[in-house]
Design a protein around this ligand. Structure first.
Ligand code: CFN
Ligand code: HCA
Length: 530
């Protein structure tokens, strides 16, 4: 019996780091209720792939809203490096602006750090009003702003009075929380307090929905909207892909919230359930099976036979269009293995799509997922115990005493569970095969070592490790940005993904690269059996 791959990876660490990192790894054993440590601070000195609180607030949740100006208050790098890299696509509505292609920053310099930066922030707002005249401005703080104590909330209030606009400031300094996840939380709180519930748009259909946790990377949201509209749903708003303030403001009038990325948006789903009684449904529009099941669950939720029939018609029509190409890709990829390491939901979502193409996942992990993203909703802790939430305001909307995520009453839960297998998309661990590996907050050293031991045929992750993996002779595809491709969601997206994986895997370039383990002795390991 060869040594467990994770033990081989861990053996180079000193005792303290070994102990810490060991708790972030497990080998799937379906006979056990397995636990993992997640959402804790990365060890200083270790090259984590994680991002910061500002990235989660400004880059992830607020960044895709197109009809507002988002000013980064801080030194130029934070604004510049979060400019356009996430590929959250947006196009202007008729007669409306699309500000997502611009980068607005106060470009703080040393004197501003010493004497305060609020003057510069006010000047930036004045300039934005003169040049762009938006109805909404949002301000995102970076690390130094919190350290020097600029009162960005006061600046925002003053701007609202002076210009009669909506101006919301976010204290999402990068160092808050333990990852970008804290920034999601702060952004969600702000949207809940200042935007949702203030709009006047009235949905026309009784099948009106919002898509939460969909950021339209590479056009994913557009593919979902296309399918949903074809069936007859009205998409009131998308949070926040190709997002519009007025629609988000009116989202409380929709009849159902779909939750695509649970990690980044569950806060809003829960808060809207309490405050406005809008139910939410976990969906997964990645992969054919995920898409089909999600559509069926939606039809079951609304309980209208005509809607269910239309859903089946659309499924059949869409499947007929993609089946041949999917089968052809599967014939080429069948039997290959993959590793996935992405932020907080895609490492789970893409496993189903890969399986449909015959590709088995041998290693998967999240950068900043919480325990519930791995283990499912039973483990959800009280929000006040959440390591991510230290220093973050808790807006609990009415039912203060309730446990986080427990906002469905037992009766409501049972009703929904009778229609829909609620555990279905809940927690990555239960969907993975025995003997495969789960690693939280995988670092570059560990990625290298797991590659040597497990030798997956392809690695899906981000820009930070892409080229190191590729130079080691393995296909690396970015599951954040889709490497300038997409959409990957829905029916058409599944085919696009299959094509991209085939193109990448079968490119002749791999014959020209010699992975290190072919020329020197490396670690040995196995995967697949318990
Ligand atoms: S688009 Fe989403 S799907 S929002 Fe989140 S957890 Fe990031 S930016 Mo990168 S690709 Fe990634 Fe998820 Fe949700 Fe994206 S897996 S890390 S913060 N993410
Ligand atoms: C972020 C954004 C990011 C980074 C992608 C990557 C994205 O974390 O701030 O590391 O390749 O999707 O753009 O996750």
């Amino acid at each position: 019996m060869t040594m467990d791959a994770s033990a081989r990876v861990l053996e180079r660490y000193n005792a303290k780091v070994f102990k810490n990192r060991k708790e972030h790894m497990l080998r799937i054993n379906p006979d056990e209720a397995q636990q993992i440590t997640a959402n804790t601070r990365a060890i200083p000195g270790i090259m984590t792939n994680r991002g910061c609180c500002y990235a989660g607030c400004k880059g992830v949740v607020l960044g895709p809203i197109k009809d507002m100006v988002l000013i980064t208050h801080g030194p130029v790098g934070c604004g510049f490096y979060s400019w356009g890299t996430r590929r959250n696509k947006a196009r202007a509505e008729e007669g409306e602006p699309n500000f997502t292609q611009y980068c607005f920053t106060t470009d703080l310099q040393e004197p501003d750090i010493v004497f305060g930066g609020t003057k510069k922030l006010k000047a930036a707002i004045d300039e934005v009003m003169q040049l762009m005249n938006p109805k909404t401005i949002m301000i995102a703080a970076t690390c130094p702003v919190g350290l020097i104590g600029d009162d960005i909330q006061a600046v925002a209030t003053e701007a609202e009075q002076q210009y009669g606009i909506r101006c919301v400031a976010y204290n999402c300094e990068g160092y808050k929380g333990v990852s970008q996840s804290a920034g999601h939380h702060i952004a969600n709180n702000g949207l809940m307090k200042r935007v949702i519930g203030t709009g006047s748009y009235e949905p026309a259909s009784k099948y009106s929905i919002n898509i939460l946790g969909e950021y339209n990377i590479g056009g994913d949201g557009w593919e979902q909207e296309r399918i949903l509209r074809k069936i007859g749903y009205e998409v009131v708003s998308v949070f926040t892909g190709d997002g519009e303030i007025e629609r988000i403001a009116s989202s409380h009038k929709a009849n159902l919230n779909l939750v695509q990325c649970h990690r980044s948006i569950n806060y809003i789903a829960e808060m809207m359930k309490i405050k406005y009684g809008v139910d939410w449904l976990k969906v997964n529009f990645i992969g054919l099976e995920g898409t089909i099941e999600s559509l069926r669950h939606m039809a079951a939720y609304f309980g209208d036979p005509a809607l269910a029939q239309r859903t089946e018609e659309v499924i059949a029509e869409e499947l007929a269009e993609v089946q041949d190409e999917m089968a052809a890709a599967k014939a080429r990829l069948d039997g290959l293995t993959a590793a996935l390491f992405v932020g907080g939901s895609r490492s789970h979502h893409y496993q189903g799509l890969l399986k449909e193409l015959g590709v088995r996942t041998v290693l998967a992990g999240y950068e900043f997922g919480h325990r519930d993203d791995y283990e499912g909703r039973e483990v959800i802790p009280d929000i006040k115990d959440d390591a991510d939430s230290k220093n973050i305001e808790h807006i609990t909307v009415e039912k203060d005493e309730k446990k986080y995520h427990a906002y469905l009453t037992q009766e409501e839960y049972d009703k929904l569970a009778a229609l829909i297998p609620l555990e279905k998309y809940d927690g990555m661990i239960r969907d993975m095969d025995a003997g495969t590996f789960v690693v939280d907050d995988l670092n570059m050293y560990e990625a290298d070592k797991f590659m040597e031991v497990l030798k997956p045929d392809m690695f899906f992750s981000g820009i930070k490790d892409k080229y190191a993996l590729q130079k080691a002779g393995t296909l690396s595809r970015q599951l954040h940005s889709y490497d300038y491709s997409g959409p990957y969601a829905g029916f058409k997206g599944a085919v696009q993904f299959a094509k991209d994986v085939c193109l990448g895997y079968f490119t002749p370039a791999w014959h020209m690269v010699t992975p290190p383990w072919k020329t020197r002795a490396t670690l040995q390991g196995t995967v697949g059996e318990k």
